[in-house]
Write a protein that binds this ligand. Structure first.
Ligand code: DGL
Length: 265
């Protein structure tokens, strides 16, 4: 199975991308709803959570891991790769690659959680590949709780998005990276506030394309992945709000399974 995890609901945007790009592949998902958000926590804590999440997914049949969380990808990729002998995919690199294909002026905005922006990973990776680029980053700490809460169309959410994007808008960015897998759920609001001329880079689509290419080049691993159209969705805390928002993302009711607390604490 392809194992995918996030701090909560945001990773379902990646699940949707992978289901659309690799139809039929079995998926096992873990949303760490009991410990969300990750973006306000220290690197040490996020790394510990990511190691536990990976182990949990491997114990439930995963043969490769997609860290469908920019915060996890920013701070824990090396630790997860060093601890487990399986392919581990992160969402930052594919978003950077897609962004560099899309940008015309090289004036790039990045939004993400505090932890992702503080890690400096997007700036670093963009400038490594395009040193003349101008990169402007903005942490948007209120957006993850708004999404988890299901406030997807509220005027308050629109107002907050507008305020967060203002400093990027005045820099006249031509490309905006959604550096958090929760943000594609607010894509329409973000697009309307940043303006039509700005290309929006959604890491959930970028990662799905990269995983597909990886499997095409690794037929031995690909053969071990079952393709029976099965998807299991584990969370560390089942809430009615998660059910509702999840349905909006995947397009159908999900049978959520409670992950054993013993696996994490
Ligand atoms: N979806 C996660 C990300 O991409 C959200 C992080 C959080 O829990 O704060 O960063």
């Amino acid at each position: 199975m392809i194992g995918i995890f996030d701090s909560g609901i945001g990773g379902l945007t990646v699940v949707k991308g992978i289901m659309d790009t690799l139809p039929g592949y079995d998926i096992v998902y873990f949303g760490d709803t009991a410990r969300t958000p990750y973006g306000t926590k220290s690197s040490r804590t996020v790394i510990d959570y990511c190691l536990q999440n990976t182990e949990f997914l491997l114990n439930n049949g995963a043969k490769m891991i997609v860290m469908a969380c920019n915060t996890a990808s920013s701070v824990a990729t090396e630790a997860v790769r060093a601890s487990f002998d399986i392919p581990v995919y992160e969402v930052v690199t594919p978003a950077v690659d897609l962004c560099l294909e899309a940008t015309k002026k090289g004036i790039i905005g990045v939004i993400g959680t505090r932890a992702t922006i503080a890690s400096g990973i997007y700036e670093r990776k963009i400038l490594e590949k395009k040193p003349q680029a101008k990169v402007y980053c903005a942490p948007c700490p209120l957006l993850v709780p708004l999404v988890e809460e299901g406030w997807l169309k509220k005027p308050e959410t629109k107002m907050i998005v507008k305020k967060y994007l203002h400093p990027l808008k005045v820099r006249q960015i031509d490309t905006l990276i959604l550096g958090c897998t929760h943000y594609p759920i607010l894509k329409n609001i973000i697009a309307s506030k940043i303006g039509k001329r700005v290309a929006i880079i959604d890491s959930s689509i970028a990662i799905a394309t990269q995983v597909k290419a990886f499997l095409e080049h690794n037929p031995v691993l690909d053969e071990t992945l079952p393709k029976t159209n099965t998807a299991r969705f584990f969370v560390s805390d089942i809430t009615p709000q998660f059910q509702k928002t999840a349905k909006g993302i995947i397009g159908k009711n999900l049978d959520l399974e409670q992950a054993e607390a013993a696996a994490f604490f």
